[in-house]
Structures are given as C-alpha cells and as structure tokens.
Design a protein around this ligand. Sequence first.
Ligand code: CTP
Ligand code: CA
Length: 234
Amino acid sequence: QPAAAGELPLAGRRVVVSAGGTREPLDPVRFLGNRSSGKQGFALAEVAAARGAEVVLVAANSSLPAPAGVKVVPVETALELESAVTDAARDADVVVMAAAVADFRPATYVDTKIKKSHDPGDPDAAPTIELVRNPDILAGLVRDRGDEANPVIVGFAAETGDASGSVLDHGRDKLVRKGSDLLVVNEVGVDRTFGADDNTVHILRQGSSHVVDVGPATKHDVAAAVWDAVQEIL
Ligand code: CTP
Ligand code: CA
C-alpha cells in the first residue's frame, strides 16, 4: 500500500539494487571485467534509503563506501550476483538492476597462473580464450515473477546509436525483450558515463510511449527520477 501522508514515500518497502561491474576470472590473477564504477547503483541505494526503504545493495567489485542504512552484499562474478539478487528479490517490492553484468565468462577457470609460454609445442603461441554465456539475471527475475505484479523490476541499458537505430530505438526494443517495468537508458561513448559524475538518461515504461528525459544530471538526481518513476507504479 502507498505511504501514508507525512510518511517517507518508500517507507515499509524492501528494495534490492545491484551495482558495479562483474569480474569473470580466468586464472588466479586475471579476469574479464568492465568499466562500471558502481556510482549510479550506489546513488540509487542511497536515495531509496533516504526515502525510507529497507535496502539491500548487491555490489560487484566496487570500492565505494556503503551508503547510510544500506545492507551491502559484495559479489564478484555474474553467477554470484545472480544468486545474491535472486535470494534478496524473494521478499522484495522492487529490484533495480543497475549492475553491468558480463554477458560471457571464460569457459574454464584454471587455478594456476596461465604462463606466457603455455603451449610446450609452440613457445611463441598465444592462447584462445573460449567464452560461455552468463545467465540473463534480469530476464530471470521477470520470468520468476510470472503473472504477479511484484516485485517491480527496473533494468538499465547503456546504448550507443548505430546504423540500425537510435539510442531510444534500441532502448524500446530492449524494454520489450526484457519485459521489465522500466528501462533506464543511457547513452554511452568514449567519454560518456563510465566513471563520470553526470548522466543523461531516458526512463522508458513498459506499455507506454511516454519517456522521462533526465539530465545532464548528477547520478543522485538520476536516482531520484528513477525512484519517482518506480513510486508511480507501486
Ligand atoms: N543484465 C542481466 N544479466 C545479464 C546481462 C544484463 O541482468 N547477463 C541486466 C543489466 O543489469 C541491465 C539490463 O540487463 O539492467 C540490460 O543490460 P544490457 O547489457 O544492456 O542488455 P543485454 O541484454 O545484455 O544486451 P546487449 O547485447 O546490448 O549487451
Ligand atoms: Ca550486456
């Protein structure tokens, strides 16, 4: 039920936010990773807590300090993130997937360091790294929810425009494909978004042609706009 007058807007709500970027280990000293700083996800957790929510923040490889009043669950890989998020999602009202999840991981992990001359038959050879698909965690949450309206599910998408469509075209396609309630689309490029303090996003809602444009704004203000959109659904 919605918060009573005078109460914080997310009082009594349990929310799960994933943040940061997963690392997929290759050997004890190497991993495949991405440039996500975790700043947007941490800002989402901070704003939700300030609005009265009980917040679990599943944080992949972020060195940012835990926001006040937020329970942080640290994870490294996509598989670890999947299990932490699906666990926490069971009694949640809202799940926000702000983490940059690796689509692929190395097919095998070797528990000893891969040497430069890894092939005794050809000391100058370079290895080929075989990859396998990681699960789509967001799609799994939508699938597990079935016909229920709970939890509200929010995805993020970093997109670039290309020959086949604009940033918004790709965002709309992805929203339909993923089946989440909201998709927060941001435009990425070489000097955009990753690690930056400002963000320009478009918030798309399932089944609606209405778009909320936010920014350039701080990640804190983007987070506030995302929770405003979630509160309209709750
Ligand atoms: N996501 C996820 N599990 C994955 C990959 C992505 O849950 N294995 C989530 C992200 O946290 C984000 C949303 O899905 O909320 C969109 O991620 P994105 O990488 O843009 O989508 P993909 O379906 O992986 O499409 P793309 O081919 O553009 O990478
Ligand atoms: Ca992806």
